[in-house]
Design a protein around this ligand. Structure first.
Ligand code: CTP
Length: 401
């Protein structure tokens, strides 16, 4: 989580979705952020400042004319303290004021003074949201670099159905984290493969491996968070699709092969974290195999090596990153694979290292590069390793240019 140690100034404005800002406050605190809440006068009609004071552990500030504290200092100090400035829910009214620089209460004066990135989560009646004036105001804010989190569609409190609902907390948290993350992969198209493949023997059974998909999903999530357009070609996993990622589900190595090769030419970076089955049953029985009296021998056919094929087809400027999971002679095997498959980088990890391997949230890896140099990474979260891999690919790309 990249919210740890950050100060989020959360402005709550007057709509029925204001109650959801309480959950947001709580989840931000869980993620390690400090939360300072500002409320408009009308927000206090929907939810009490005390709710936010209890959840945030800080005084909730309501309006500029509160005589109990030095407001002149307060709105400037909050504006400066913010690492990110969030308005959730944002009414049509506060959006209109923000678009025109009107500063007539605590929320809008602080907004005008802050230099922090601003995230706005509109929530209102569909008619108000769709009204061209609101849309134009949002467009103005977008053009000014504000991060707008699109409202969800559904049944609204007023009984109408349409766009205008405040999205669920994880979507809001994702938007806030994104606003805090440098968008250094913007404009890049990144394809990631993840998970195991399953090679069917019959309609009931398959050959597979222990891959959980966590490493590939972490790479896809971080690349999207850093602004890339990400396609994740995934074998069967139990993981949720990361936000802003286009996921293509496949089952077998042959399906993964087709899904990856159909999209490969358009990509700037391809990262092959999937544990692809090297063999498949030579024949898939159409009906469940019944047991006979003796042992069963199954003939296996070789699957195509997707990474090697990508290495042959690689276009200039495209970067290819493979993975190698080994149980012995890690670096020698990995160096051979890098060369053989024409990769720019290879992430090698040993199943024997503590903290590395299938299903864990951490990894220990050595990065090998086409020019022969190597870099050993210490034990770290798969998320941090994902960032390191993306950092190195990005650096290589600027060297190529
Ligand atoms: N890979 C692939 N297609 C395959 C097998 C592997 O694209 N049919 C990719 C994996 O996604 C990974 C890399 O190749 O990025 C290395 O996978 P690994 O199974 O370690 O390598 P193999 O070439 O299969 O080598 P070996 O089984 O001999 O260790």
């Amino acid at each position: 989580m990249h919210l740890a140690g950050k100060t989020v100034v959360l402005c709550v404005t007057g709509g029925i979705a204001a109650y959801k800002a309480a959950d947001l406050t709580s989840k931000l605190r869980h993620a390690g952020a400090a939360v300072r809440v500002l409320m408009t006068e009308s927000a206090t009609q929907f939810i009490s400042p005390m709710t936010f004071e209890t959840l945030s552990g800080n005084r909730a500030v309501v309006d500029t004319f509160d005589r109990n504290f030095a407001w002149e200092v307060e709105h400037i100090s909050l504006a400066k303290a913010a690492d990110v400035f969030v308005i959730a829910p944002a009414t049509a009214n506060v959006i209109a004021k923000a678009a025109h620089g009107i500063a007539d209460d605590m929320v809008t004066t602080t907004l005008l003074a802050t230099r922090a990135p601003v995230v706005i989560a509109p929530a209102m009646n569909t008619g108000m949201y769709d009204n061209p004036v609101t849309q134009q105001n949002l467009q103005t804010l977008r053009a000014r670099g504000f991060h707008i989190i699109d409202p969800a569609a559904g049944r609204l409190a007023c009984g109408d159905t349409g766009r205008g609902k405040l999205p669920d907390t994880p979507v809001l948290i994702h938007g806030i984290e994104k606003a805090l993350t440098p968008q250094d992969l913007r404009g890049q198209r990144v394809l990631v493969t993840a998970g195991p493949t399953q090679e069917a023997m019959d309609p009931v059974r398959f050959l597979s491996n222990h891959s959980s998909g966590k490493m590939g999903y972490a790479i896809a999530a971080r690349a999207a968070m850093r602004g890339a357009a990400v396609t994740l070609v995934s074998g069967p996993t139990a993981l949720e699709t990361p936000a802003d990622v286009t996921r293509v589900d496949v089952v077998s190595a042959l399906e993964m092969h087709d899904a990856v090769l159909a999209r490969a030419d358009q990509q700037d970076m391809i990262i092959k974290a999937a544990a692809v089955g090297d063999y498949r049953p030579a024949e898939t029985a159409p009906e469940k195999l019944k047991k006979g009296a003796g042992d069963l021998t199954i003939a296996l056919a070789r699957n195509p090596d997707i990474l090697a094929e990508l290495g042959r087809r690689k276009h200039p400027g495209q970067l290819l990153c493979g993975f190698a999971m080994e149980t012995q002679n890690l670096l020698q095997n990995a160096a051979d694979k890098l060369q053989r498959k024409n990769c720019d980088m290879l992430v090698a990890n040993s199943l024997r290292d503590k903290g590395a391997g299938f299903g864990t949230d951490t990894n220990v890896a050595t990065l090998l590069f086409a020019d022969g140099h190597q870099e050993s990474e210490p034990l770290m979260s798969k998320e941090s390793l994902a960032d390191t891999i993306l950092d190195r690919l990005l650096a290589m790309q600027s060297e190529h240019k």
